[in-house]
Design a protein around this ligand. Structure first.
Ligand code: GDP
Length: 336
């Protein structure tokens, strides 16, 4: 029953050959919280880096029920049909996983066609840890998938602002899915998310919804005109489509393809990736400092004591924080 332990080189060799089982195991390794697994995972990622980066990374967001899984299934299949050499990985960042320990996104069963497609790899959201931790793992998974030859990466999220920011920081193109005829949609979206979108696609433009969807599209287009041109230099596009009835999927594809051609020409593609690298350096530091701090059992004990004191008005928040941090830094010095 004992499976032989794979080395970092085994993982890389396997996934480079296109072995999806090994790729899946490598992703599990990256997601592991065990320090010894983390060490191998980092080695795998480093070995994959030279082969990574050559994909179109696309973020997809929308409220639950917007039709993300339906659309990804249809759009993904469309992409793969266009070119028999293409491969698609669908990843997810589920902000609720932190609380529920379960993932509602990226579930294979939600994507009927892609889940059985030989050139598609679907992976649900990492389920453990903070949003920062989950996002970092997803970003590392992108590297593994790219090294395995996946040249389209979709990162799906549903969220409350923060997870969209996390996804935006790891993709080249950010697609916001809206629903036709869902009331005064414009009021419901946070401005920050509108500003992040490289395109807004209004789904369910079918049957009775078509006219409403078109009106809504015009409203979105007008609203977007009020914003300054994004740093990509490409004006965000708005379109209507139907994932379920497979309508206008080619329009969506052209919007995305035109964008990639434009940012390739004007240099923004590389510039955005460079900025993201910088962002992720700081994110990784922040995230690891935090987890190192909060996962320390002694700190945990001290936090409980100090929290009580602050709640009971026996110590001010600043003094309590100062004491805890001093304890932590002193402890670090001792372990040197
Ligand atoms: P998600 O939660 O964003 O992943 O949304 P789903 O893809 O699960 O879709 C939610 C519901 O909307 C399902 O019942 C779908 O069948 C339906 N739906 C999705 N896309 C369309 C569409 O283009 N037109 C119509 N009429 N219904 C759709």
């Amino acid at each position: 029953k004992h499976r032989p332990q794979l080395t970092a080189a085994d993982y890389v060799e396997g996934l480079r050959k296109g072995d999806t089982t090994i790729l899946g195991q490598a992703v599990t390794l990256v997601e592991s919280l065990l320090p010894e697994k983390q060490a191998v995972a980092q080695e795998v990622i480093e070995k994959c880096l030279p082969y990574a980066g050559k994909s179109r990374r696309i973020g997809i967001t929308g409220v639950p029920g917007a039709g993300k899984s339906t659309s990804i299934d249809v759009f993904g299949t469309y992409l793969l049909d266009r070119n028999p050499a293409d491969k698609l990985a669908v990843l997810a960042i589920d902000p609720s996983s932190e609380r529920s320990k379960g993932s509602i996104l990226g579930d294979k069963t939600r994507m009927e066609k892609l889940s059985i497609h030989p050139r598609a790899f679907i992976r649900p959201s990492p389920s453990a840890g903070s949003l920062g931790g989950v996002a970092r793992k997803t970003r590392e998974t992108i590297v593994l998938c790219e090294a395995a030859g996946y040249n389209h990466i979709f990162v799906e999220t549903v969220g409350v602002g923060q997870s969209e920011t996390a996804v935006h920081s790891m993709v080249d193109f950010f697609l916001l899915i809206q629903i036709a005829g869902a009331g005064d949609e414009l009021q419901g979206i946070k401005r920050g998310i509108m500003e992040m979108a490289d395109a807004i696609a209004i789904n369910k433009a079918d049957g009775d919804n078509v006219d409403r969807a078109k009106i809504q599209a015009a409203e979105f287009q007008n609203a977007l005109h009020l914003y300054p041109l994004p740093p990509s230099g490409v004006e965000p596009k708005v379109t209507t489509y139907s994932g379920y009835y497979n309508l206008n999927i080619d329009t969506l594809w052209h919007i995305i393809d035109d964008y990639f051609q434009a940012v390739d020409r004007n240099g923004y593609f590389q510039e955005r990736r460079r900025q993201q690298e910088k962002y992720w350096m700081y994110e990784t530091i922040n995230e690891q400092l935090k987890s190192n701090f909060y996962n320390d059992p002694e700190i945990d004990d001290l936090l409980r004591i100090k929290q009580r004191m602050v709640l009971d008005n026996k110590q001010s928040s600043f003094v309590a924080a100062g004491d805890i941090l001093k304890f932590y830094f002193d402890k670090l010095k001792k372990t040197d």
